[in-house]
Write a protein that binds this ligand. Structure first.
Ligand SMILES: NC(=O)c1ccc[n+]([C@@H]2O[C@H](COP(=O)([O-])OP(=O)(O)OC[C@H]3O[C@@H](n4cnc5c(N)ncnc54)[C@H](O)[C@@H]3O)[C@@H](O)[C@H]2O)c1
Length: 436
């Protein structure tokens, strides 16, 4: 590598008053908290997003992200933060961090459209001395094979003229114990000097920076974390199905196994996996294995199959429960509580509540919902009625299914009030309540 010639340092133009320390591309669940953290330590920050509604809301002091409040945005604005839809702002940044979405394409493979669009926007304005970091979750090799060549089309060379690194985001929306600052940040550079530059940058924002050998290792670390969760969730979900048949209380078995002080981490059954990461990221890895090596990543494929089947299984158990009470699912009034993918957030991406509601409606159940974080909810274009008063509603519905255990729910009171209650989160253990 051409590293020995180079010291990629910050732009040597401190006299330019329009320069900022950081430009964040993609002001969503990942980018906005990063911009907030940087602004809070006095860095000059700009945000770039292609969605004008996001930009306008932020510039008028409104947040669209659960973990960032309107007050936070107002504080950011007070330090000079502005959001923009205009790529031109990138030329003013010493460091540029890309936090755009990496969804799946129609074929189930990675859709890196937003990453390449953002990278091309950077390349057009790339200037010597800039640090560029990709944070979007992606398969090993993306930074070197996709981002680097696009940036080098500018004529500037990585490790010589500019620094390039990958640093996976580990943000956990709704988690009040571990935030951006206190969660160690993994950083891998294209060259040693790129790594040094990125480590120094993140060292200002987080308490612990962990340097990976390179960008591929940093990319793989993120996919390993998410695949580990995905596979273990699938393991307990399959065990939940088996245990029900065997008349074993899996929740109690998990409680007992969880007392082992080493070698075991407890995962709990659920109606399926949701969110942007767990159902999607492992596909990036299986895509890479299939496209580069020509075979399947069997653990991921199996975990996907098992987790995908859970909504169907939940509906089957709900149907059995109604049947035992002498009612067909057809025409029954079913109330879904909690439609987001995790507790205490408003994020509904990939939430298993959607396929559960779809399957119930296909079987002609009358579906209503409640979620303290979701005012309006539709399934396949059909608006689902939201009940205003949870306790009154659980008394009136033939069956209540607890899909998400938001802390706002008074679980014992739900257990008292419901005619029939199916708890898919293992929170209400008492006679008469069915637990997944
Ligand atoms: N949400 C999480 O909990 C989480 C956690 C870890 C990692 N990640 C990863 O971080 C990345 C970003 O995820 P997110 O949840 O913040 O997404 P998000 O959808 O909340 O936000 C992404 C933002 O990027 C904007 N955008 C898209 N293309 C753009 C472009 N070309 N130029 C400028 N802006 C653009 C969108 O308008 C949107 O506002 C993804 O790769 C995701 O897998 C997410």
């Amino acid at each position: 590598m051409q590293d020995e010639q180079l010291e990629v340092g910050p732009l040597g133009e401190a006299e330019r008053p329009d320069l900022v320390d950081l430009a964040v591309i993609g002001l969503g669940y990942v980018g906005l908290p990063l911009a907030r953290e940087a602004a809070s330590i006095g860095l000059k920050v700009l945000g770039l997003d292609r969605d004008p509604r996001v930009v306008e809301a932020l510039n008028t002091g409104h947040s669209h992200v659960d973990d960032v409040s309107d007050d936070d945005v107002r504080r950011m604005r007070a330090t000079g933060f502005t959001a923009s839809t205009d790529d031109a702002c990138l030329a003013r940044a010493q460091a540029i961090v890309i936090c755009v979405p990496t969804p799946l394409g129609k074929d189930g493979g990675p859709d890196l459209g937003a990453v390449t669009a953002a990278t091309k926007a950077v390349a057009l304005r790339l200037r010597p001395g800039q640090l560029v970091v990709l944070e979007s979750t992606t398969y090993p090799g993306t930074t070197e094979e996709i981002v680097r060549p696009l940036l080098e089309e500018s004529g500037l060379r990585v490790g010589v003229d500019f620094a390039l690194a990958f640093s996976p985001e580990r943000i956990d929306p709704g988690n009040t114990a571990h935030g951006l600052r206190t969660t160690p940040k993994v950083v891998g550079g294209c060259t040693p000097s790129c790594a040094a530059r990125a480590v120094a940058f993140y060292g200002k924002l987080v308490d612990t920076v962990v340097q990976a050998k390179g960008t591929r290792e940093a990319e793989m670390a993120k996919l390993l974390e998410n695949t580990y969760r995905h596979v273990n969730i699938a393991l307990v979900n399959e065990l939940a199905v088996i245990s029900h048949e065997l008349h074993v209380d899996l929740w109690d078995a998990i409680r007992c196994a969880g007392t082992k002080p080493f070698g075991f981490q407890a995962f709990r059954p659920s109606p399926g996996v949701g969110g942007h990461c767990i159902p999607i990221d492992p596909n990036y890895l299986s895509y890479k294995v299939r496209s580069s090596l020509g075979y399947e990543f069997r653990f991921v494929e199996l975990a996907q199959e098992i987790n995908r089947r859970m909504p169907e299984y939940v509906v089957r158990r709900a149907q059995d429960l109604l049947n035992t009470a002498g009612r067909p699912l057809h025409g029954s009034r079913v109330l879904l509580l909690g439609v987001t993918y995790k507790p205490d957030v408003a994020d509904q991406r990939e939430s298993p509540a959607l396929p559960v509601a779809r399957l119930l409606r296909e079987r002609e159940a009358e579906v209503a919902f409640h979620d303290p974080h979701v005012p309006l909810w539709s399934v396949d274009g059909a608006s689902i009625p939201r009940v205003p008063d949870v306790l009154a509603a659980v008394r009136e519905h033939d069956l209540t299914i607890l899909l998400q255990d938001h802390s706002a729910y008074d679980l014992p009171a739900l257990g008292d009030a419901a005619r029939l209650l199916f708890d898919t989160r293992g929170r209400i253990f008492r006679p008469g309540v069915e637990v997944l």
